[in-house]
Write a protein that binds this ligand. Sequence first.
Ligand SMILES: [Zn+2]
Length: 384
Amino acid sequence: MAEIIDVHQGTLRADVLAELDNFHATDQRASSYYLDVDLRRFGSANAARVELGNQLARERERLRRMEITHEVRHALLRDLDEVESVGARVVGERHTRSLACFIASERRFGRAFPLPWPSRHRAFFEDRFVLWPLEQILDQSDRYAIALTDKDDARLFLFFQERIEEVTTFKDEIPGRIRFPDRSRELEYMRKHIESYHDHFDRVGEAAFRFLQREPFEHLIIGGLWETLPQFETRLHRYLRDRLVARWDIDVQHTPTPQIEERARYEERQFLERQARETWAAIQDERPTRGAIGPPEVFLALWGRRVQTLLTDQDATRPGFRCTACGLLSLDAGACVECGGEKVAVQNVHDEAVRDAIEQSSHVRFWNDPALKAVDSLAAYRRY
Ligand SMILES: [Zn+2]
């Protein structure tokens, strides 16, 4: 039988989320799974697959013990089989640290979203899909719209969470430039030529503005013919101009999408670097009230659910401990300083801190900088 779950390839757009949000399973139940397939955590694709199998075996056991009708149990177990086969397939794919699956096999509805952020394993069986863990992950990144235009072509893209999608593309008819022997006819012709590509710019700006209303994006990149780009820029709606982060000199018609994606990724890196630097400055300026520096201070801020932004190094690893009673992370064994509870060893406290932060709707920012390394690659800006 054909697989029910469709693995989403494009960016995760507002209309896709709305479809999930509107889904109602009435008399049946729907399954929402968040699968941890993070190679950084498990080390290899095989290890991740084994762990995934173990987690889903536990869910299967839970479903067998749940007090539900035979039909509902049967449907939920079928959902689980589908999730298992998709999960095993996406392990090790690019930019995939977790996978969110929403499925109601009875209704033949299933969507899977590979995500570039880590998530703890979770499963929900309710009449609606459970979206809050997905929303916490989507909240980690900003959306970048890219509007490219020359005198007659236009392409509009969205770049978000490591994926790019061409949202729209169109071409306007612009009368070509012809030389007339007669000076006044030539001037008349030039005026029409300019008017028509200004009309084209207005259409592109209008398309970008309509897109902003549908899909609120934080940043705008414009690109195209370098000589006419300023004319395009001045014609943009103020809301769009306020979001402008970069201007590209680029061949609109012939630049392949992967190249555009590469450039968008570069702009995002630049933006995140600036943001991390500003956060680091704020952490230092407002210590000890808002700033937390180094593992013990950051762990306490996480424990109190007070982290607004967590700064850590993507590649930092350090073994540590977590209190089984209150969840406090620490670098040392021994009784928990907050509650006296017992601790279990964790492989990497940085990874644990990132997951804790995402779960309390903090922003996580990875920053590779000697200043952060000097404080064991952990710092945080507190909410209050
Ligand atoms: Zn404790």
